[in-house]
Design a protein around this ligand. Sequence first.
Ligand code: 5GP
Ligand code: MN
Length: 319
Amino acid sequence: MKVEINDIAKILRNNNNFYILTHKSPDGDTLGSAGALCLALQRMGKNARVLCSDEIPEKYEFLFDGVKNQNFDPSYVISVDVADVQLLGENLFCFADRVDLCIDHHLLHRQFAKVSYVESHFAATAEIIHEIIKALSVTVDADIANCIYTGISTDTGCFRHSNTTSFSYRVAANMIDCGANAFEINKIMFDTKSHAKLSLEKIALESLEFFCKDKCAMISLTNEEIVNSGACESDFDGIAAIPRQIEGVLIGIFIKEEKKGIFKVSMRTDAIIDASKICANFNGGGHRCAAGGTIFGSLIDVKNKIISEIELYLHNTEV
Ligand code: 5GP
Ligand code: MN
């Protein structure tokens, strides 16, 4: 069923006992969106709780400072920033066929909820949550503002990615007026690296390879390297962006061996290349300039599979 923002506001007003589900390997947008929505619902006197399949990385914990711990059985289940039911993750998969409302901004969204609001012109799901909170007439306090600001700033790479719009800046500015601590959030998200992260980057850079007349650059990390580095999930933030940052590279790939023989592929592309189309060929998806998927096999097979899909794409699109 297709709905508008006002319909969502009505649905939220008419229901209670909300579970808000994020995607696995949570990022600033899914957590910021969930945090803001949970806070807004609690401010309305509703019961609301955020659930994530994975542990919430320490640097995002502040998003839930103002959230009250409430225990209740859910009667309405919402997913935020979840493009595909698989992305709910192992621990939330029990909700796979009982998501009532899905709020998302991914270009390649596979429908799974009873009601979906999916609009890919928004740079972040947090922008949609902002519109919903406005429609609910809930006052945006500093806690909500921090959540929304984090969602927008992280999904736009601090307002640098091509998905950034004047609307993103306007909402972010509005959040600063409502008390968001933009300087501190930017410092935590974009200007701080753990030791483990730096060592991961060092190992990943050693694996750098070029393909397709240097238009494509690839880095990879094996499961053994990851385990030995002592890195946690949030240490991987931004690593996928590195190969695309090289001058002349149109397609950057980061391959991460999550478990033996299971490879998570992250693709970042120049605006002239549609990463979501390439990744769709190995069952993945995402946005035009940032997409991903999972491939099983050996590292060499995975590399060959990706390269052959890219060669095919480049051949067919005459880039
Ligand atoms: P990342 O490389 O940061 O994991 O993902 C980049 C984008 O691609 C994200 O917006 C994410 O939702 C999407 N994405 C990553 N993996 C998958 C996947 O397996 N399936 C789909 N449909 N989208 C994915
Ligand atoms: Mn997002």
